[in-house]
Design a protein around this ligand. Structure first.
Ligand code: SAH
Length: 266
């Protein structure tokens, strides 16, 4: 693999070079997540990241990789030492590269089960969702517990590694519908609900303010939102959205809504 190029705009920080490159100039190496902030010239990877590097990708000393630590920076590093259960890497350069949406996008969703949940998390990360809030709804079946939240967070890391995001989608603790609407404060919130007085998705995204204010989206459980939950959503900032004549699965509805907002606002 090719080493990081020396660039004229590089400013030396200790042993690192800081580069400002455009997306096309960045060499993509296999990506790994460091759960520790990267602020020293050497870092170590353990656990699933070490396993991925050594056992899945079979990288060896001298290999070049890209690291990110959720700070928004991206680091070029060289594998210097493979020890039992630990990989040691030397940071060679860091890049300022922003792959985030120009606004914060929060998705409140009554999570589907099993593989559909994983699919939803993966696609939400790829499309740039900033925060996922599992919704506890009156008709919801399974409520996510600590263990399943940990699993969701692992899927977020895997998806961020794959799609090049340097910030992780935040997985919030579960909220009731009321708490989620409260969390949205005065920002726009689109609530997916198939009913006669809902507006079309096109109308809904056209009405969104064009500034960089945060946007909140809510998608209900298989049984739909209850009237009581919807009554909590009737106010100036909330808009009921119809996603078409067909009843969509939770994850289809969520990704359709996210993609429509991303399309309209970027
Ligand atoms: N049985 C429910 C549908 C549940 S689908 C009913 O008829 O109301 C699961 C969730 O996906 C819904 O709560 C809603 O948020 C969203 N959804 C699915 N299809 C939709 C559509 N055509 N329009 C708007 N929202 C939809």
């Amino acid at each position: 693999m090719t080493p990081v190029p020396a660039a004229d705009n590089g400013a030396c920080r200790g042993e690192w070079v800081t580069l400002t490159l455009n997306h096309a100039e960045i060499t993509m190496h296999p990506r790994f997540f460091s759960s520790q902030p990267i602020d020293t010239p050497f870092v170590e990877l353990e656990g699933p990241e070490q396993h991925h590097l050594v056992h899945a990708l079979r990288l060896r000393e001298g290999a070049w990789v890209t690291l990110f630590d959720n700070s928004g920076w991206e680091f070029e590093a060289e594998v210097t030492e493979l020890r039992r259960n630990v990989v040691r890497l030397k940071i060679v350069a860091r890049h300022e590269v922003d792959r985030e949406l120009p606004f914060a996008l929060s998705l409140g969703v009554a999570l589907p089960k099993g593989e559909r949940q994983q699919w939803l998390v993966e696609k939400a990360v790829e499309l740039g969702v900033t925060q996922l809030v599992p919704l506890m709804t009156e008709r919801g079946v399974a409520q996510p517990r600590d263990k399943s939240l940990q699993r969701l967070r692992r899927w977020v890391i895997a998806a961020a590694k794959q799609c090049g995001r340097n910030r992780l989608m935040h997985v919030a603790n579960p909220n009731t519908v009321e708490e989620f609407f409260h969390r949205a404060e005065n920002n726009s919130i689109l609530v997916a609900h198939p009913c006669a007085d809902a507006v079309s998705v096109r109308e809904a995204v056209d009405q969104l303010a064009t500034d960089g204010n945060p946007i909140f989206l809510a998608v209900g459980p298989e049984g739909g939102f209850t009237d009581r939950e919807l009554s909590l959503a009737h106010d100036a900032h909330r808009c009921l959205v119809n996603l078409g004549a067909r009843v969509l699965r939770i994850e289809t509805a969520a990704i359709f809504l996210v993609a429509s907002v991303v399309y309209a606002r970027t």
